[in-house]
Write a protein that binds this ligand. Structure first.
Ligand code: ARG
Length: 461
């Protein structure tokens, strides 16, 4: 409804519009029907519904599902939310037995169940997508364990890395995200159904049975807590926010790496766009959007945190505001992970540009200091100042430290006037990268070990 329309409507219409959630919670129709079928089966097992009544309900619910999926279902504000709408349509179709479906349940436990089912299903899907992304990073990383790239701190050249190692940092981030979704899934896999309005029900129900039918680990253990709790929704919002924060970091690198100044990669034409005015341009709109969309998922997280703050027990209508943000964040991450995966897979890596960028900024300066410490038993701070002199010398000759001759190095500072020629080997950029053999370091050997660990992880998860 447009804002003009809303203003023209009667108060009653406006109230319906304000109160209803059907226009967005219709997203939960499959979960609602699944939950209702399980509930009716349990009621039948407990002798609360006859077999005939249960079958009529189940078949009726399938018919409603079919009507929704073939666009024959009328979503109207009259029924407020998807739960009431489905129950009403069911009763129109099958008559009296439809009215018995809501025995021993309330919309409070019903909505908590439907929403939790949705969150759990999406959690598994996002986990799969994260795993696929990790596998893409591993695959590309495998091809670049000897490709040099300048490692940066403060966005200034620091030490040489191999590009595979750099990409594996992202594989680690997305692996942790996968694990975060996994542990949330375990923690939240408990069934609200049967909590009823807030205090349980006098009917002889079997919550274990509905829980099992719906794929939960067990029923939740406190009815009032259950109908008020939206931690599970906050968790998926937090998990999505963290993953999108990681997405935004690689997106930012894709933007800088593809700039004219860097030219480390080219984003494939499919994922680059043109300018409407500057015919020569190829813009990284796709990574920019990946970066930008992170803002909205943070917003959804903060929004639900704020809704939940200081809510008194038990159910309050405020919680109806829990859904749209979650739906939006789920859709945002699903498309973002899919697109990021493709952009990474199809990017063209410019090994030569990365390697020549390593020759700027004295990336192997630390190796000179380390050499003096290791071979000459010098205190690190003394070695640090000597190295500074060598860097100054290189600057005065407009050279990188890795390009200096042994005599140029010896002339830089008296204390190293007889330094062995062997030092030159240590200043070589590739040797510098390969010298970092400590566990978790960048050397090709270490990177290959890390890749092996990832391959095992991918096989076992
Ligand atoms: N549409 C409501 C929601 O999404 C369903 C629960 C309503 N319960 C109630 N007692 N008003 O939260």
């Amino acid at each position: 409804m447009s804002s003009e329309q809303i203003l023209k409507n009667t108060n009653a219409d406006i109230l319906d519009e304000f109160n209803a959630s059907i226009m967005f919670d219709k997203e939960l129709y499959t979960q609602d029907i699944k939950g209702s079928i399980a509930h009716s089966q349990m009621l039948c097992e407990q002798g609360i519904l006859t077999k005939e009544e249960q079958l009529e309900i189940e078949n009726g619910l399938f018919q409603v599902k079919n009507e929704i999926e073939t666009d024959q279902f009328k979503f109207s504000l009259e029924y407020e939310d998807i739960h009431m709408a489905i129950e009403n349509r069911l009763t129109q179709i099958i008559g009296e037995p439809g009215k018995k479906l809501h025995t021993a349940r309330s919309r409070n436990d019903q909505v908590a169940t439907d929403f939790r089912l949705y969150v759990q299903e999406k959690t598994l899907k996002i986990k799969d997508q994260l795993k696929e992304l990790v596998s893409t990073f591993v695959e590309i990383s495998n091809k670049h364990t000897t490709t040099l790239i300048p490692g940066m701190t403060h966005l200034q050249h620091a030490q040489p890395l191999n590009f595979g190692y750099h990409l594996l940092a992202y594989a680690n981030m997305f692996k942790r995200d996968f694990q975060r979704f996994e542990s949330s899934y375990e923690r939240n896999n408990y069934c609200p159904l049967g909590s009823a309005a807030l205090a349980g029900t006098p009917h002889d129900i079997n919550r274990g049975s509905t829980s099992e039918k719906l794929g939960f680990t067990a029923p939740t253990s406190h009815a009032m807590d259950t109908v008020s709790d939206r931690d599970f929704a906050l968790e998926i919002l937090f998990n999505i926010s963290t993953s999108m924060m990681h997405v935004s970091r690689i997106a930012e690198e894709l933007v800088t790496w593809s700039s004219y100044e860097f030219q480390f990669i080219r984003i494939s034409d499919e994922y680059a766009t043109t300018s409407s005015i500057m015919p020569q341009k190829k813009n990284p709109d796709v990574p920019e959007l990946l970066r930008g969309k992170t803002g909205r998922v943070y917003g959804n997280l903060i929004s639900l945190f704020t809704v939940m703050k200081a809510l008194p027990l038990a159910y309050n209508k405020d919680t109806q505001e829990d859904k749209e943000g979650v739906f939006d964040s789920v859709k945002t991450i699903e498309i973002s992970l899919k697109i990021l995966n493709e952009v990474i897979k199809t990017m063209i890596v410019n090994n030569d540009k990365m390697e020549s960028a390593c020759k700027v900024g004295h990336l192997s300066a630390t190796d000179l200091a380390d050499f003096l410490v290791k071979k000459k038993n010098m205190p690190f701070r003394t070695a640090y100042y000597i190295t500074k002199d060598v860097v100054e010398k290189a600057n005065s000759l407009d050279k990188d430290i890795s390009e200096l001759s042994i005599s140029e190095i010896r002339e830089s500072n008296d204390e190293i006037k007889d330094i062995d020629e062997e030092l030159l080997m240590y200043l070589d950029l590739r040797n510098s990268m390969n010298a970092r053999t400590s566990f978790g370091g960048t050397s090709t050997i270490q990177t290959e070990n890390q890749l092996k660990d990832f391959e095992n992880w991918l096989k076992n998860n």
